[in-house]
Write a protein that binds this ligand. Sequence first.
Ligand code: MLT
Length: 271
Amino acid sequence: MPDGCVLACSVSGPEAGTPVVFIHGFPLTGEMWRHAAAALSGTCRCIVPDLRGHGASDASDRATMPMFADDLVTILERLGEKRPAVLVGLSMGGIIAMEFFRRRRERVRALVLCNTRALPETEEGRAGRERLACDVLARGSIAAADQMIDRLLAPGAEPALREHWRSVMASNSAVGVAAASRGLADRADSRPTLPTIDVPTLVVAGQHDVITPVDLMHAMASEIPGSRFEVVRGAGHLTPVEAPETFSRLLTGWVRDLQHADSAHTAVTPA
Ligand code: MLT
């Protein structure tokens, strides 16, 4: 990145395939999209970064939503990807996708907003995020992992799944997680953006999500013209991880429709 931060990014699928950028949540990693990216990689160029401060990427002591969005633009540029991409974002990833849309609308083909929200942080929420940042800097990312794990997964989640994601979160850089926590506290209000979204949009909620509940997601979807809204049964906040088959089926079907629309458009466009 221009500030010297090196980001890890996995790229799979045919170079000529529809570009799809997967944006993970806080404080997770690109691994959460493993199943979904594999399901799309027959026909899509799947671009799965670890955001700065997460997974195998370098951390910086500041990480705002605009910085994350600009990092994604730089990744697309470095990959030589000029076509508008489908952005698939979960929670913080969805917030980053909306920020990306505001900044670089011409680079967005479609949006998939999973378990996310358009609301800015509340005063109470801001204080909680600052406390979390301080805890993490004092005790390591395990502090965030322990605070969040029970709210991320549905109550019936397998203990092995819970342990795995707790350890993924705990392995993240403390500096990176604290920076992202503060970045989330300062996030913009995306509500005015919703009615301006003029690309195909799929909104996905998890039936048991307590962080971004179904009602909130439904209200958000109803503000986005022509969007499709789906609730994944049995899932909590980490829908693609908790219900990978259902989520991947939903995503691949929706992307296939998009690809058909694109090829029909290409077929009737005069040379
Ligand atoms: C996420 O998954 O990105 C987080 O749960 C966002 C949050 O802490 O609100």
